[in-house]
Design a protein around this ligand. Structure first.
Ligand code: NAD
Length: 318
C-alpha cells in the first residue's frame, strides 16, 4: 500500500480547512500550534513543513532528526528563524515568498500596517487615545506633523518599500530611497544611506534581516538622522540598535518610533525598546501583526500549497 505523505502546518488555525482542501487526498495534513516541543515532535514524521507562523526556530537539531522531511515552505518572505545551512546540508529546498512577485503584489497588509504606524507617530495617536480614555479633551497636547511636503526616506525598495512609496505619493510626500541592490527606482530619487538619513523626516525600513542589515540603524547612523525624525520598522527588530534608539528617543533626536518587530521576539521583556515604551508614549509597538490579515494569509497559503503539490508533482484541487 502506498504510504500517505504527511504535511505539517503551523500558522493560523482558521486556514487549516483551506490547506486540507488543497492537499488532501495526497497528504495527511497535521496542524500544530507554534510551540517548539509540539512542532519538533511532529516534524520527525512529516514530508513537508508548511510554516505561516515564524514563531518557532527550525534549528539544525530539529532538521537533522526529521528524516522524512523533503521540503520546507513558508507563506512569508522572511525565513530567518529557519536554519538555511542545515537544510542545505540535507539538500532540502526552502521555498519562501521572496521573489514571487505576482502573489506578493497582492499582499499589501504589511505595507498598510507600516503606514498605520507612520501615521500613528505623526499624529501621536497612542497618546491621544489614552488621553481621551482618561476623560481628557485637550488638543494642544497633541500637535501633529503634517505629512504633505515632508520627506519619506525608505531603506529597501522591494515589495513593501514600493507600496510605501505609492502611499506616500498620495499624501504628497517626497520619497527618497536607499537600496544598493536596485539600479532603477523609476521617478524616485536614490541616495546614499548617510544622505537619506540626513534628509528624511520619516525613515521607514523594509529590508530582510541578514549580515549586512543586522544593526543597520546603529548609534552612528541614528545620530545622522535629521533631528526629530520619525522611524518606522516593520522588518526585523535586530536591524535597529534598540539601546541606541532608546537614547535617541530620550534626547529628542528621534521624535517617535513605530515598530511591529523587536529583537528577541517573542521574548520581548528584555527588549530596551519595549521597556522604554512603558514610560515613553512616543514608542508604539505592535506584536508582529503586519502580514497577519486573514485574507492575506489565505492568499499566501493557497499559493504555498500549490507549490507543495508542484514540488511533489501532484495534481491539486482549487
Ligand atoms: P523584498 O525582498 O521585496 O524587499 C527587500 C528590499 O530590501 C529589496 O529591494 C532589497 O534590494 C533591499 N535590501 C536588501 N538589503 C539591503 C540593504 N542592506 N540596504 C538597503 N536595502 C536592502 O521584501 P519585502 O516584502 O519588502 O519585506 C521586507 C522585510 O519586511 C522582509 O524581509 C521581512 O523581514 C519583513 N516583513 C515583515 C512583515 C511583518 O509582518 N511585520 C511582513 C512581511 C515582511
Amino acid at each position: 500500500m502506498k504510504k500517505t505523505r504527511r504535511a505539517l502546518y503551523t500558522g493560523p488555525q482558521d486556514a487549516l480547512a483551506l490547506i486540507q482542501r488543497i492537499l488532501t487526498p495526497h497528504f495527511e495534513v497535521v496542524w500544530v500550534e507554534p510551540n517548539a516541543e509540539k512542532l519538533y515532535s511532529e516534524l520527525v514524521r512529516c514530508d513537508v513543513f508548511i510554516d505561516a507562523s515564524m514563531k518557532v526556530p527550525v534549528s539544525l537539531n530539529a532538521i537533522s532528526k526529521a528524516e522524512r522531511l523533503a521540503l520546507v515552505v513558508t507563506a512569508t518572505t522572511g525565513a530567518d528563524h529557519i536554519d538555511h545551512q542545515a537544510l542545505e546540508l540535507r539538500r532540502i529546498p526552502l521555498l519562501t515568498l521572496k521573489g514571487q512577485t505576482e502573489i506578493l503584489s497582492k499582499l499589501t497588509a504589511a505595507a498598510e500596517l507600516s503606514w498605520a504606524l507612520l501615521m500613528n507617530c505623526s499624529r501621536k495617536l497612542k497618546s491621544a487615545f489614552s488621553h481621551v480614555e482618561k476623560g481628557g479633551w485637550e488638543r494642544t497636547e497633541f500637535p501633529g506633523v503634517m505629512l504633505r511636503g515632508k520627506t519619506l526616506g525608505l531603506i529597501g525598495l522591494g515589495r513593501i518599500g514600493s507600496c510605501m512609496a505609492r502611499y506616500a505619493r498620495a499624501f504628497e510626500m517626497n520619497v527618497k530611497v536607499y537600496d544598493p541592490f536596485i539600479t532603477d527606482a523609476g521617478e524616485l530619487e536614490m541616495l546614499p544611506l548617510d544622505e537619506l538619513l540626513n534628509q528624511a523626516d520619516v525613515l521607514s525600513i523594509h529590508v530582510p534581516l541578514n549580515e549586512s542589515t543586522k544593526g543597520l540603524l546603529n548609534r552612528d547612523r541614528i545620530e545622522r538622522l535629521k533631528r526629530g525624525a520619525i522611524v518606522v520598522n516593520t522588518s526585523r527588530g535586530a536591524i535597529i540598535d534598540e539601546m541606541a534608539m532608546v537614547e535617541a528617543l530620550r534626547s529628542g533626536q528621534v521624535s517617535a518610533i513605530g515598530v511591529d518587530v523587536l529583537e528577541g521576539e517573542p521574548e520581548i521583556l528584555k527588549s530596551p525598546l519595549w521597556q522604554e515604551s512603558l514610560r515613553n508614549p512616543n514608542i508604539t509597538i505592535t506584536p508582529h501583526i503586519g502580514g497577519f490579515a486573514p485574507e492575506a494569509v489565505h492568499l499566501a497559503l493557497k499559493f504555498t500549497c500549490d507549490r507543495v503539490l508542484k514540488f511533489f508533482d501532484l495534481e491539486g484541487k482549487s
